[in-house]
Design a protein around this ligand. Structure first.
Ligand code: ATP
Length: 362
């Protein structure tokens, strides 16, 4: 019997609804198909739960529990509303990324034909976003903040691009492309940011030479924002720096048709965190209509990462079953949530995916 320890933080607003839905899917997978694996889920407090019980959106005790785990499932966080001076602030997810050195943020986009503006085949691409440096003031400095005000009227932000940071994210992109269409596109603004994005692009060109059989090209970020809307089917794996990746992946989620379809994994060498791309959606919290698909698919990505790391084909199978069951449900448009144009709810999607697991158990 193999045991995998997974920390679970439900997060805020719709977080508990979609994380519980994900747990239902994972538990039924385990019970029905994976008798020789134990998924040991341990709840950890992050977000409002932590603030209320321990005065921090990221209590030390929660971090210790994560350290004792193989991975983390994290619900969306309502960071904008946390009290000033919160020791977990400004962003618990950013702190977790930094603490575990989760340098890769992997954000797939699959359209499943939901967005009728793309009738000529499915959009299926992955954005691989550098996660530890760039413009993100909460994580790009060893000490202090990368954002500061020298005077009352001047605000500055420092953008960090390193050779090591670029190398590891670009290698990750080629690794992901190896099991896809073997096409990697680097996105940058090296025509203006000649030194920082120049370094990123130079590293991309060096590494792409190691992958002779792959197609490797690059695009300036503004041209990419335009082309992604018009021709998303042209792309396979897109690799880019932190903020460009953040923005382009939301654009890609729009192309797919809903933020509720956009999963993501934050991964490092020794730890990974599953978290949907979307925020905590306070406008629909408690109504039972939150789409759990992005969180469920993020969990599937975590099990794929764990399967590769531990060379455990059972976990890879589990991840594949989650993908396939979800795909079947979406394509048949069965009881989907309102964000996908349906009349269903969180529960109907969850039950629908669970029912389809048997069909995809091959
Ligand atoms: P936050 O302040 O936490 O970022 P937000 O509402 O500003 O929250 P998102 O949570 O990303 O930002 O939501 C943007 C819009 O997309 C909202 O109208 C929200 O209801 C909708 N949305 C986001 N996630 C989902 C989901 N899983 N299911 C259905 N609708 C969603």
């Amino acid at each position: 019997m193999s045991i995998y320890r997974i920390a679970v933080a439900e997060g805020d607003s719709i977080g508990p609804e979609i994380v519980r839905a994900s747990m239902e899917v994972l538990n039924s997978l385990q019970d029905a198909f994976l008798n020789d694996i134990k998924l040991d889920f341990k709840e950890v407090e992050v977000g409002w739960k932590g603030i209320k019980s321990q005065g921090s959106s990221l209590p030390d005790e929660s971090v210790k529990r994560m350290e004792a785990s193989d991975g983390l499932i994290l619900g969306p966080l309502d960071v904008g509303r946390y009290p000033a001076g919160d020791p977990g602030g400004p962003s618990p997810s950013g702190k977790i990324r930094k603490h575990f050195d989760l340098f890769a943020n992997i954000r797939p986009t699959v359209s499943y034909g939901i967005n009728k503006n793309y009738p000529n085949g499915e959009v299926n691409l992955v954005i691989v976003r550098e996660n530890t440096e760039g413009f993100y003031a909460d994580r790009n400095m060893f000490m202090g903040s990368g954002e500061f005000m020298p005077t009352n009227d001047v605000a500055m932000a420092v953008r960090v691009v390193t050779r090591k940071g670029s190398q590891r994210i670009i290698r990750e992109a080629f690794k992901i492309a190896a099991s896809r269409m073997q096409h990697v596109t680097a996105v940058h603004k090296a025509n203006v940011l000649k030194i920082s994005d120049g370094l990123f692009l130079q590293v991309f060109k060096e590494i792409s030479e190691e992958f002779h059989s792959f197609k490797a090209d690059d695009k300036i970020v503004d041209a990419m924002a335009f082309d992604l809307l018009l021709n998303p089917q042209k792309y396979d794996v897109i690799v880019t720096t932190n903020m460009f990746g953040d923005i382009l992946s939301d654009e890609a989620a729009g192309i797919a048709g809903s933020l509720g379809l956009a999963p993501s994994l934050n991964s490092g060498d020794n730890f990974a965190m599953a978290q949907a791309v979307h925020g905590s959606a306070p406008d629909i919290a408690g109504k039972g209509i939150a789409n759990p698909i992005a969180e469920i698919l993020s969990c599937g990505m975590l099990f794929q990462w764990l399967g590769n790391r531990h060379n455990d084909s059972r976990l890879l199978k589990m991840s594949h079953m989650i993908d396939e069951a979800t795909r079947k449900l979406i394509i048949k448009r069965e009881n989907l949530t309102p964000d996908l144009g349906g009349k269903g709810n969180t529960e109907s999607i969850t039950k629908g995916i669970i029912n389809k697991l048997t069909e995809v158990n091959k």
